[in-house]
Ligand binder design. Structure first.
Ligand code: ATP
Length: 231
């Protein structure tokens, strides 16, 4: 699903990411860890095709730099720091907008189903401006899964979530993983990464400090490793 070779990203003269090579197979769950400023968001943005590498090559879902990025983008779901919800639209209209953008078949039905999944079925006709923070979070999570993406890219998705949204996202990620979706989760929460991921990528000052299996039966060692490079 992801093949990255020697990816580097410079901002001016400063390297945010240096020579990162990474293969992520279909169905894999990778956690991306590292201290503040280690380059996690930069790597996720590159994988989400939101920015271009300064050097190196990248292929996502079989599409390389010479191919049609939009084909790859349609297969992705991205959860970043922004909710990208429209306050002046209802919950249903927000979902319909994205469903149509992604060409989701039977969009109205899918949107109603999604509202149900995220516990907002009775609020579909409400303007999002009247929603609580938790409701917005759940709607954003619903939007993520709306077009049934094969590749989920998540940047600190659990930060600031209320308990209900946290449980919902965790359930949906586990279900997505069971369905064979590929997941890249950037997080500061080591426990969560150890609970969910197959493999860990720890970045240190833009370079790969560790790329290897998560070993849930060796929690102690995994914690030590994390503290060494990212604690
Ligand atoms: P955090 O955990 O704090 O979100 P991070 O691991 O996601 O950090 P990045 O946001 O990828 O790290 O940043 C990596 C480096 O690149 C940092 O030194 C940051 O200041 C720098 N950087 C990131 N984005 C830009 C930008 N648009 N312009 C200039 N420098 C940037």
């Amino acid at each position: 699903m992801i093949q990255a070779q020697n990816l580097s990203k410079l901002y001016g003269d400063s390297p945010a990411l240096q020579n990162v090579s990474l293969d992520v197979a279909e169905g894999e769950f990778l956690a991306l860890l590292g201290r503040n400023g280690a380059g996690k968001t930069t790597l996720l943005k590159l994988l989400a095709l939101l920015t271009r590498p300064s050097f190196g090559s990248l292929s996502i879902a079989g599409v390389d730099q010479n191919g049609d990025w939009n084909t790859a983008r349609r297969r992705m779901g991205l959860l970043g720091h922004n909710t990208f919800l429209y306050d002046d639209l209802t919950a249903e209209e927000n979902l319909l907008f994205y469903a149509n953008l992604y060409g989701v078949p039977d969009a109205s039905h899918t949107c109603r189903e999604t509202l149900e999944t995220v516990g907002l079925a009775s609020f579909g006709k409400e303007l999002v401006r009247n929603f609580s923070r938790g409701m917005r979070q759940r709607l954003t999570i619903g939007r993520l899964f709306l077009h049934n993406p094969d590749l989920l890219l998540l940047d600190e998705p659990f930060t600031g979530l209320d308990d209900r949204a946290t449980a919902l996202l965790e359930d949906l990620l586990r279900a997505a993983h069971r369905q064979g979706k590929t997941i890249v989760l950037c997080t500061h929460q080591l426990e969560l990464a150890l609970k969910l991921a197959h493999r860990l990528l720890i970045l240190e000052r833009g370079k790969v400090a560790y790329l290897g299996p998560n070993q849930p039966d060796r929690m102690g060692q995994m914690r030590e490793l994390y503290l060494q490079f990212a604690g």
